[in-house]
Design a protein around this ligand. Structure first.
Ligand SMILES: Nc1ncnc2c1ncn2[C@@H]1O[C@H](COP(=O)(O)OP(=O)(O)OP(=O)(O)O)[C@@H](O)[C@H]1O
Length: 579
């Protein structure tokens, strides 16, 4: 499917409404066409012919035409505007739904500012096209063609003289359209760059301030701002070349009228009334010519925006949904990794990972930074697909599950805590918005968050800022844990979830997790041995490989990496281990 076909699919629904709009525009053009003709009759019949009794009815008709034109203009604009809003609403909705379906790889590749630009600036170019450009171009083509037809009926030689501008106008239109399209693409890219920069700077405002880099960022902003300005000026430079050509062609028509028309009237080959009528039609020829350059711009802006939006929309996610998905509303939580490897950007991220977890067990994952700990749980949630081997949950390859069912059974407190600008209650109840307040409080208690939340001035109704601004790192982690717990998942993933809380709080949370009243497999990724030492099995990762695997006791006996870390973190216990 091409971008234009995709766009037309949205427009199709409104074709009847737009057709009526076009009919009204046609009536409007016909009414506009009649006015000069009536003027001709007034000149030839009333003024020169002396039939004054026709004056009042003819003026009456002129007034009637003004009313018809007003009604048609108003109604057609309503029809086109409502169509454009309808098209835009459906398109925004469809693109947004697709964005929600996109995978991690897509969001890694695409910048937030670009995606925002698609949903705002590019959408607006489409709205402008449907609401205004389509009918304006149609109306002006209509004026041009009908005015030429009328001039032909009035005086053929005069009309033929005027037609000579047509090939030149067509050629200029073609050349402008061709050269301005890449320039507008550059403008849209530059706009995306500027958008991305501003968005990142606002989000990362605290870092900018902490490093006192305002001046540096200002310079960087100036660069982006310059790029955008240059792109817009570059586009303007191109289309500006063509505007005088169209302007010139419209003057040529006026000169032809004065010169050829004047001579003809003097020679008696044309009446004065005919000259007045042709003069009345002249604006119908000159206005479209003068405005042609602008409309070509609008059309090119529109096509560039449709192409950009369609590019985003048609991006195929790497994570494919199975054709016949296994539907399991409630999973048990048995997890098996069989010879799993994961490669990305020609790098081995995980190599030959094997382990088996029974439902209800707790698994600790520890290892150096960048060892691949988070990648293990990412593969389990199908945020990425294993390059080799199989990731099984309850004996079924995760690739075969209905993705929604699979993820609905996994509660995740991610390393990078994200909170929405909503109340604390809303953030905790995100996975189950209809849950009772008592349940929200219960999970908050388990995550040791209830106490500090109640101490906030508005308690659970406190609105947390964007990304949880206003809360400490440990508080955000506890809210994120409560949010994951509320789902009552079969598998709970805690990725570095208690790194920012003190040992006492961590120990309290661990006790609470032991008391979860449903069978729940727990994956704990941590740097602190204290976070995972009670796990049923511990995976020690280094450079994408499991280098040690066992319980806390077994790993201490091995006296390898795990034991070394333990000795570092618990020097007082190190002697006991040695004994
Ligand atoms: N989809 C991907 N594309 C490219 N690189 C990836 C991808 N997934 C993971 N990586 C890389 O793989 C390595 C392991 O990442 P991962 O997040 O699993 O490490 P980690 O052990 O959880 O690290 P940390 O403890 O620092 O969070 C990192 O270098 C990361 O950049």
């Amino acid at each position: 499917m091409t971008a234009m076909k995709w766009f037309y699919a949205f427009l199709k629904k409104y074709r009847l409404r737009m057709f009526f709009g076009m009919v009204l525009v046609t009536i409007l053009a016909a009414a506009a066409l009649a006015s000069p003709y009536i003027s001709k009759i007034i000149v030839d019949t009333v003024i020169k012919g002396g039939k004054t009794e026709y004056l009042i009815p003819l003026v009456g008709i002129l007034v009637g035409l003004v009313v018809v034109k007003g009604v048609c203009r108003f109604s057609s604009q309503v029809l086109f505007e409502t169509s454009s809003q309808g098209v835009l609403y459906a398109m925004r909705d469809k693109v947004y739904r697709k964005l929600l379906m996109e995978d991690f790889a897509f969001y890694n590749k695409n910048r937030t500012g670009d995606l925002m630009g698609r949903q705002t600036g590019d959408m607006d170019a489409i709205r402008h096209f449907v609401a205004y450009v389509i009918y304006t171009i149609y109306e002006n083509i209509l004026y041009f063609v009908l005015a030429l037809v009328m001039i032909f009926t009035i005086n053929v030689p005069m009309a033929l003289c005027m037609v000579i501008v047509l090939p030149l106008a067509a050629l200029t239109t073609y050349l402008q359209a061709k050269s301005v399209h890449p320039a507008f693409k550059k403008c849209r890219d530059a706009f995306s760059g500027l958008n991305t920069f501003v968005q990142e700077n606002i989000s990362g405002n605290r870092v900018v301030k902490a490093f006192a880099k305002e001046d540096y960022e200002k310079e960087k902003f100036n660069v982006q701002n310059d790029i955008y300005r240059e792109a817009e000026l570059g586009a303007a430079k191109i289309w500006r070349r063509y505007v005088p050509v169209f302007e010139f062609l419209s003057y040529v028509l006026t000169i032809i009228l004065m010169l050829v028309g004047g001579i003809m009237v003097v020679k008696g080959q044309m009446t004065l009334g005919d000259l007045v009528a042709v003069n009345g039609y002249l604006w119908m020829l000159t206005v479209p010519l003068r405005m042609a350059g602008w409309w070509i711009n609008d059309v090119q802006r529109f096509t560039t925006s449709v192409e950009k939006i369609y590019d985003t929309y048609s991006a195929e996610p790497d994570i494919k949904r199975p054709k016949k998905p296994v539907k399991h509303k409630k999973l048990e939580g048995n997890v098996t990794f069989k010879n799993v490897s994961y490669r990305a950007d020609d790098e081995d991220i995980l190599q030959n990972i094997n382990f088996d977890v029974k439902k209800g067990e707790t698994v600790g994952i520890i290892g150096t930074t960048g060892a691949g700990k988070s990648t293990i749980v990412n593969l389990m949630c199908r945020f990425f697909d294993a390059t080799e081997g199989e990731v099984l949950v309850d004996g079924v390859n995760v690739k075969d599950y209905d993705m929604h069912d699979l993820r609905d059974n996994i509660g995740m407190a991610m390393q990078d805590v994200f909170l929405f600008s909503d109340t604390i209650e809303g953030n905790i109840a995100y996975g189950k918005p209809d849950i009772s307040f008592e349940k929200v409080k219960e999970v908050a208690r388990m995550a040791d968050a209830n106490h500090f939340i109640q101490n906030l001035p508005e308690g659970y109704d406190t609105i947390v800022g964007e990304r949880g601004v206003g809360l400490s790192g440990g508080q955000k982690q506890r809210i994120s844990l409560a949010r994951a717990l509320l789902k009552e998942p079969a598998i709970l993933v805690l990725d570095d979830t208690t790194s920012a809380v003190d040992m006492e709080t961590e120990s309290y949370i661990q006790k609470q997790l032991e008391n979860i009243d449903h069978a729940c497999t727990i994956f704990i990724i941590a740097y602190r041995i204290s976070s995972i030492m009670n796990a049923d099995q511990i995976l020690v990762l280094d450079q994408g490989k499991i280098i040690e695997h066992g319980t806390h006791k077994e790993l201490l006996k091995k006296n390898g990496y795990y034991a070394t870390v333990y000795k570092h973190q618990f020097p007082e216990a190190a002697d006991a281990v040695r004994e």
